[in-house]
Every structure is written in structure tokens, then in C-alpha cells.
Design a protein around this ligand. Structure first.
Ligand code: SF4
Length: 380
């Protein structure tokens, strides 16, 4: 059954400098003139993609969207409004760097219609922030949150990380305590993954990345579960915790494997059963979007078979604490997941990783959620 897309992802591929652990499609050192041309190119893509679809969520990610001027972000949003039907109560999020959180800037974004802001804080510890190449301080992050609230953002999220070089369990606990004392309604808490091709990867190869031992990392993860629960946040996805009413609506679209538009350099869109990835490098994307009559910005297209789509739907859906809604799955694919993967489900259930509720299939808490990657991989 073909579904229509209700979500839009917009990629802003600029950062003021690149963090040592980052493998996202983002670049530092681009001049303001090039960024302005990028905004032009993006607006051209929006005009071409806009089909009047009814949109419930928009997410500006990166990179660092706040690396652009408020007027540029506003222009992108205005162009989206002209070419799609954005719901009056749409969730419109942007990722932000705490260093960019000036009150006037944030007020302009709020006025433009952004409803949710997600700060890449990672830790409130200044020593660790330096070690991971972040520009802001813990104090700047606190101020940014204050400024965002004063500017009218009540829907604030923080990204926090554990397993950082030289991070102790005590360091991580203090960061969690600070975030929870600030009564942040949404936290994304990730363990550091050292990706191939990053400076951190090269340092680890040379034995120069002092990561905490695995046992400390597991304790940090346990602290995240314990402290968020005590503070009244619900873990609604493997790495995401929210107060009631603050779960990220946009990310749910990905976890339910529903279609979405992906706009901007290197953005992935998923429409009509095909995954389409745009040209990654901003300079090449700009060239392809602005030069020539045809918009030739697609770098890769992958058409997914029903079997692949079903496997991905299982894998992504199991990230959610509620799991997979079995009747919805059957209605979407004409196949019952319980029958299609009977053997896999039986094995994972016996191992204590999966469980069935009257309506859903989900990972067990905590064992299944802790070994999620292992369990999810069995479906693809
Ligand atoms: S700010 Fe975020 S996107 Fe930019 S380099 Fe650092 S981790 Fe990557």
C-alpha cells in the first residue's frame, strides 16, 4: 500500500568546525557567499519537489542549521510553506549549536515558525567538550537553554553522549543531573561510536584515544536509564527519552519506516518505495541545482523490494519501546509479521530479547533493548 509523505527533512551541511568523532555529511570553512548560494539551491529543490503534500513535521538537521543566518532559515521555511501544505500544528524542529544561541536570533526563528529546538550539548563538562572538539562550554549550553526558553521555545531537546574519551561515570552522572535539573522535556542520549574515516578512528588505531572501559560505558548507560526514569521521562525509543507530549514526532516517521521528503546536499528521501540520496558535496549540489535547466541533484536511487521494506520496517519499529503494531504491519504489507518471521521471533523470544503484547511485538526491557542491534539484525 502506497502512503503519502507527511514529513520533510532539510539538510544544512555546514559547521563552524568539524568534531573529531563526526562522520555526518558536513563541512567547515565554507564562506557566507557559498552558504547563500546553497540556500538558493535548496529553495530551487523545494520548488521542484513541492507537490502540495500535507506535512505534519519538518526537521532541519545537519551539520548545524544555526550556522545559517536566521533570515536564511526563515526563507527556506517560507519556501516550504509555499510549496507544501504545512499543518497549522506541525512540529518544526531544528538542530542548534549552543554557541549560536543568541536571544534575538532565537526569537527570529521562533517567529518564523520553528516550534522545537535540539541543542548538541553532548556534555556539560568543559574538559570533555574540549577533548571532543566542541566550541561551546557547559555554561554556554546552560545559557543557550535559558535563551531558547526566553525566546518562546518550550519544546527543547538536548543531545548527550556517554563513552567519551576520559569520561568517568561521575562525569556523566553530573551531566545527566544538570540536564534533569534544567527540566528539559526531551533527551537523546547516545554512546560514542568511533566511525571509520574520522580523526577519532585514526587516533584509536594509534592507541591515542583514551576511551572508558566497556564496563564503565555500560554503567553510564544504566545511569541514563535510572536517572531519566526517576525524573519522570519515558524511554520511548532506544536512545530517546521524553516527558509526556514531547516525543519527537518527526523521528517517529523514520522509526515507522514511513515516507518522507529529503532535501539538501546528501539528504536521503524515501518516497514511493524508493530511497533517493542527493549529491553530498555542497559545492557540487549547488552546481547541479543552479546551473542548467534540469535539476540533476540525485546521486543514488535504490528501489526497495517488498521483502526489504518489510525487514526494514521490523528493524526500525523495534527501536520504539512500544514496538511493532502487528495489525498495522499486516494491513500495510498483506503479510502477518508473526507468520513471516515465526522462527526468528520464536528464537529471540526464547533468548529473552523479544516479547508479544496483545497488539505489538517489542524488544524486552532491559535485555532486548540493550542487545537491540543483535536482535534487529535478524530481520534483514
Ligand atoms: S557539530 Fe555536529 S554535525 Fe557538526 S561536526 Fe560536530 S558532531 Fe558533526
Amino acid at each position: 500500500m502506497s502512503q503519502s509523505a507527511t514529513a520533510i527533512y532539510v539538510h544544512i551541511p555546514f559547521c563552524s568546525r568539524k568534531c573529531g568523532y563526526c562522520d555526518f555529511n558536513t563541512y567547515s570553512g565554507y564562506k557566507d557567499g557559498t552558504k547563500a548560494r546553497y540556500v538558493e539551491a535548496l529553495c530551487r529543490e523545494i520548488e521542484a519537489a513541492g507537490d502540495g503534500s500535507q506535512i505534519q513535521t519538518i526537521f532541519f538537521g545537519g551539520g548545524t542549521p544555526t550556522n545559517l543566518a536566521a533570515s536564511e532559515l526563515t526563507r527556506i521555511l517560507t519556501t516550504l510553506r509555499s510549496h507544501f501544505l504545512i499543518a497549522a500544528d506541525a512540529e518544526i524542529s531544528l538542530e542548534a549549536n549552543p554557541s549560536d544561541a543568541d536571544r534575538g536570533y532565537l526569537e527570529a526563528l521562533r517567529q518564523a515558525g520553528f516550534t522545537r529546538i535540539s541543542f548538541g550539548v553532548q556534555t556539560f563538562n568543559d574538559r570533555l567538550l574540549k577533548l571532543i572538539d566542541r566550541e561551546h562550554s557547559g555554561e554556554a549550553a546552560r545559557r543557550a537553554i535559558e535563551q531558547a526558553r526566553a525566546a518562546g521555545f518550550d519544546n527543547v531537546s538536548l543531545d548527550l553522549m556517554f563513552g567519551l574519551p576520559r569520561q568517568t561515570v561521575g562525569d556523566f552522572e553530573r551531566t545527566l543531573d544538570t540536564a534533569l535539573a534544567l527540566e528539559i522535556p526531551h533527551l537523546s542520549i547516545y554512546g560514542l561510536i568511533v566511525e571509520e574515516g574520522t580523526p577519532f578512528f585514526a587516533r584509536r588505531e594509534r592507541g591515542k584515544l583514551p576511551l572508558p572501559p566497556e564496563s564503565a560505558e555500560a554503567t553510564m548507560f544504566g545511569k541514563a536509564l535510572e536517572k531519566t526514569r526517576e525524573a519522570g521521562l519515558t524511554r520511548y525509543e532506544i536512545s530517546n527519552y521524553a516527558r509526556s507530549g514531547y516525543a519527537c514526532r518527526h523521528n517517529r516517521v523514520y522509526w515507522r519506516n514511513e515516507p518522507y521528503f529529503g532535501l539538501g546536499a546528501g539528504a536521503t528521501g524515501y518516497l514511493n518505495g524508493a530511497r533517493r540520496v542527493n549529491i553530498r558535496r555542497p559545492s557540487e549540489y549547488i552546481e547541479a541545482a543552479l546551473v542548467g535547466k534540469e535539476l540533476a541533484i540525485t546521486q543514488e536511487t535504490e528501489i526497495l523490494t517488498q521483502e526489504e521494506t518489510m525487514g526494514e520496517t521490523m528493524m526500525l519499529g523495534l527501536r520504539l519501546a512500544e514496538g511493532i503494531a502487528l495489525d498495522d504491519f499486516a494491513e500495510r504489507f498483506g503479510v502477518r509479521a508473526e507468520a513471516h518471521w515465526a522462527q526468528t521471533i520464536a528464537t529471540l523470544t526464547t533468548q529473552g530479547l523479544l516479547e508479544r503484547t496483545p497488539t505489538h511485538l517489542r524488544l524486552t526491557d532491559p535485555k532486548g533493548l540493550f542487545l537491540a542491534s543483535e536482535a534487529m539484525a535478524k530481520f534483514i
